[in-house]
Design a protein around this ligand. Structure first.
Ligand SMILES: [Zn+2]
Length: 303
């Protein structure tokens, strides 16, 4: 019997319907987050694996990342509408990855400014064909209506958005997790949305420049924020400690891959051993760590 029917019959709080529902938490006053699940993208991940959400000002709303399908985007939009009828002024993408951007289409009718790193449009154009081709295998029938919506408001170094009674400070970074990472700092609550510059619990995945990312981590540590909302994982009690964990993983990986190259080991061999001391400390480690070695080994061979 379908869950909802059972709940109706029992006239109880529909627990299973609740489990179905798109869950939103208020991380700070006016700051709402939906936490995705820790699934790997290559195993029919369903489009809901990262942290997405929105911030409500007196004048309107800024959405930050939209999920991996128009369906997830529509659920996020509905969650906005449950909280406020104010206009959705901005849809901000923290970077190009498909789990963060394919919900954009659900917000088109709101005519927001789409906001992203100045290099996001080019990254989207470059990946459009392969991402759209793979959407079906990634999210199945939820792929319907998927499209790349590039930023109409690009961020070069930094940009301030006024939501009324609170402002958002956007910062664009040099190549790190990707070459188009952007953070959002809410002035009112000191909440920093890091996008995938911060992973909590889940193995950090590299698609940009590991050395650049390590530099950006030092830069992030100087930000005066009360809390951080990572790209993946729960909101940490101590976000600088979470950054330290990520830094330790990346630095260990870098050191181990460099050592393997010096010792003349192959990439295949290195995939099995690099950052082995971090195994057990992170989710999805075996899959993601191998992929990271696959990306950085050829880059580091020519240092
Ligand atoms: Zn990412």
């Amino acid at each position: 019997m379908p869950c909802r029917t059972l709940a109706l019959l029992l006239l109880l709080t529909p627990l299973c319907a609740l489990a179905d529902a798109f869950q939103i938490d208020q991380a700070a006053p006016g700051v709402y987050v939906h936490h995705g699940e820790h699934k790997d993208i290559d195993t029919a991940y369903g489009g809901d694996i990262c942290n997405i959400g929105f911030i409500v000002g007196d004048r309107g709303v800024a959405v930050i990342d939209t999920g991996g399908s128009p369906k997830i985007g529509a659920e996020l939009r509905e969650a906005v509408r449950q909280v406020t009828k104010l206009p959705i002024l901005y849809v901000i993408n923290t970077h190009v990855h498909p789990d963060h951007i394919f919900g954009n289409a659900a917000f088109k009718a709101d005519h927001p400014a789409f906001v992203g790193h100045e290099k996001l449009a080019a990254a989207m154009a470059q990946r459009q064909e392969s991402y759209l081709r793979r959407q079906n295998e990634w999210v199945g029938t939820d792929a319907a209506g998927s499209e790349m919506i590039p930023p109409t408001l690009p961020v070069k170094d930094s940009l301030t958005l006024d939501l009324g009674g609170r402002s958002l400070q956007l910062t664009a970074y040099p190549s790190a997790h990707t070459n188009n990472d952007l953070t959002v700092l809410d002035s009112k609550t000191g909440t920093l949305w890091t996008g995938d510059l911060l992973f909590v619990d889940r193995t950090p995945s590299i698609d940009g420049d590991i050395k650049g990312w390590l530099k950006v981590i030092d830069q992030l540590k100087n930000i005066n924020a009360t809390r951080a909302i990572p790209g993946h994982g729960p909101i940490p009690q101590d976000w600088k400690a979470a950054l330290n964990n990520e830094q330790r993983y990346l630095a260990t990986l870098l050191e181990d891959v460099r050592a393997a190259i010096r010792q003349g080991r192959t990439m295949e061999q290195t995939m099995d051993t690099a950052a082995g001391s971090e195994q057990g400390k992170w989710l999805l480690f075996d899959i993601v760590n191998r992929r990271n070695v696959n990306l950085i080994f050829p880059q580091l061979e020519w240092e």
